[in-house]
Design a protein around this ligand. Structure first.
Ligand code: G6P
Length: 608
């Protein structure tokens, strides 16, 4: 999703902007651009493709004079990814440049109105329409704050925008509704960006902007106003404690492999303070703001977070005996669900900025339901919109394909199931004890297992990298893992893969089985193992190749057996998940794919 940066300060602005955009690359993009004041007036330089293309163009210019400006990486929504549609856009008078993340829903109507007044457009974007509306209001009002307030009062949709005015080049104005925007408050310099890493080398002091807020910043000051009536808003400055190193690759080839290997620490961090060595039960003070154990739960999420939610459903129902419904957020928000105020909504989101998940939260809250946000990014929109937040504490996840974030979401869901199950007396004491004990040992067990998992994934990747399609099968808790394994493979290797509940195989996919259509089964030692095993016999009877993630000593005769160590009950998931991630990673890397930034995908989907 688009990345935004704005800068006013004392350094050469263009390198600061480009470097900031590089740290926002994880969001995914197809073109990039910067806008600043040059000796001969407003200059906007843009390029299709990756940032190196933009840098090639910048290298031909003298860009070091400017000390303020705006920069953007674009993920196409309106209009194809080309230079004309890239941001910044310039208004018809040539005075203003603007960058935008989001979608202006009523842009066609405004465009017609402006065209009738003689404005011509250079691109197909909704952004250029909003910019010209601001420019039109500025011509009438003579004041940028007034102009932005009036123009933004007319638009419907989502936006984070930053506007650069060539007649007032030391100032950047910005505003947001439903798209992320944070201000970085430095010394003699200030920043605006979609995400904190963009300016973290320069300042740790950040101001989280809320929907409907407008900012004016220059090198030495910043002020926040309500878009609606320009009343000043008092803002808190938060200090960020994690450093930019945490967002670097740490010696690995890709962020994805680094993040897969961080999972033991992720589990430990998520348990921290919630299941200390001195505690026999889970402590979740974050839930104190909610009215006790919920009667029913709706989980709302997208992508990998949705798979985590499905997995959580099995445990919450089994241990806490709370009925759980898991919903894809984009479906939930539009299907007019029947919601009972006794129901707790758990919104799961790594980024905390996914538009559909946020819309699900708003819908639930508008009907009087309480929302628990399970998210990774402190101060994100999901965190702010929820009644209570359980942070998953996985640290910044850079690779577009989510790995360690899912591990942290599963850990948090497991803690919730233990907490509520123990609290309402439905969870057997022995299971509780065993799982708590197993959880404490889990980070070490995973740490010692990961190197061997990678070796096996490496070997299997070479055997299977030339197939066109893969079927992933699992039952019970391992069914959501089958979905996730298939999603990881298709996201980063572009090999088609389908995840299925093993018992459903007979109802369709079995027709596809042949020697060229392999099956990846998750078959650990649990009560459903005999069932999965008989599904695999059916695959073998049709000459299908099989990779099976299983445990040493289990009676399973398949050509590509992948034995992983045993873990207590559902904790086996935490060994199966990295195996699936590593297999996808090794296949994609072997095929030479852009592992961290797969084509067409965005890390954080902040528009519908
Ligand atoms: C995008 C990402 C996925 C992620 C999904 C939900 O599609 O590419 O990796 O699972 O969004 O994101 P969230 O931040 O809400 O967990």
């Amino acid at each position: 999703m688009c990345g935004i940066i704005g800068y006013c300060g004392h350094r050469p602005a263009v390198p600061v902007l480009v470097e900031g955009l590089r740290r926002l690359e994880y969001r995914g993009y197809d073109s990039a651009g910067v806008g600043f004041l040059h000796t001969d007036g407003l200059r906007v330089i843009k390029a299709k493709g990756k940032l190196c293309e933009l840098e090639k163009t910048l290298a031909r210019e003298n860009v070091l004079n400017a000390t303020s400006g705006i920069g953007h990486t674009r993920w196409a929504t309106h209009g194809e990814p080309n230079e004309a549609n890239a941001h910044p856009h310039v208004d018809h008078t040539g005075r203003l440049a603007m960058i935008h993340n989001g979608i202006i829903e009523n842009y066609q109507e405004i465009k017609q109105e402006l065209q009738a007044k003689g404005v011509t457009f250079q691109s197909d974007t909704d952004t250029e329409v909003l910019l010209n509306l601001i420019s039109h209001c500025l011509a009438e009002d003579g004041d940028m704050l007034q102009a932005m307030s009036r123009a933004l009062g007319r638009v419907e949709g989502a936006y984070a925008i930053a506007v650069f005015d060539a007649e007032n080049p030391g100032v950047v104005h910005a505003a947001r509704v439903a798209s992320p925007l944070v201000l970085g408050a430095g010394t003699g310099e200030n920043f605006l960006a979609s995400d904190i890493p963009a300016f973290l080398p320069y300042t740790r002091d950040v101001v989280f902007l809320e929907d409907g807020e407008l900012v004016r910043m220059d090198a030495s000051s910043w002020e926040v106003f309500r878009v609606e009536d320009l009343r000043p808003v008092e803002k808190m400055v938060d200090t960020i404690t994690w450093d930019v190193q945490a967002a670097q690759k740490g010696g690995h080839k890709h962020f994805m492999i680094k993040e897969i290997f961080e999972q033991p620490k992720v589990i430990q961090d998520c348990l921290c303070g919630r299941l200390g060595t001195d505690l026999d039960e889970v402590r979740l003070p974050e839930l104190d703001d909610l009215p006790g154990t919920p009667k029913r739960i709706h989980v709302v999420a997208c992508g990998t977070s949705y798979h985590a939610g499905l997995w959580g459903m099995y445990l919450l129902e089994q241990w806490a005996r709370i009925p759980v419904q898991v919903e894809i957020a984009s479906e939930f928000r539009y299907r007019n669900p029947i919601l009972d105020p006794d129901t707790l909504v758990i919104a799961i989101s790594q980024s905390g900025e996914t538009a559909d998940t946020l819309a699900g939260i708003k819908l639930a809250r508008s009907q009087g339901l309480k929302v628990l946000g399970l998210c990774n990014v402190v101060g994100s929109s999901v965190a702010r919109e929820s009644d209570a937040v359980l942070y998953t504490q996985a640290g910044p996840e850079i690779s577009v394909a989510s790995t360690k974030a899912m591990c942290s979401q599963l850990t948090a869901l497991l803690l919730l199931a233990l907490y509520w199950g123990h609290g309402n007396g439905n969870l057997d004491e022995k299971i509780h004890r065993d799982v708590v004990h197993g959880l404490r040992n889990l980070p070490d067990l995973l740490e010692s297992t990961l190197p061997a998992l990678r070796d096996k994934a490496h070997e299997l990747a070479r055997t299977f990298s030339d197939v066109n399609s893969f079927l992933y099968l699992g039952r019970g808790l391992h069914y959501p893992l089958a979905l996730e394994g298939a999603l990881k493979l298709k996201e980063i290797s572009y090999i088609h893969a389908e995840g299925y509940a093993a018992g459903e195989m007979k109802h369709g996919p079995i027709a596809l089985i042949d020697p060229k259509f392999p099956t990846f089964a998750i078959a650990p030692d649990d009560e459903l193992f005999p069932k999965v095993k008989s599904n695999l016999v059916e695959v073998q009877a049709r000459s299908g190749q099989i990779v099976a993630l299983t445990n040493v000593g289990l009676d399973l005769d398949v050509p590509h057996r992948w034995d992983v160590p045993r873990a207590t009950g559902p904790l086996s998931t935490f060994l199966a998940l990295p195996a699936l991630q590593l297999f996808a990673y090794e296949v994609a890397d072997y095929l030479g794919k852009d592992v961290d930034q797969p084509r067409n995908l965005a890390k954080s989907v902040t528009v519908e």
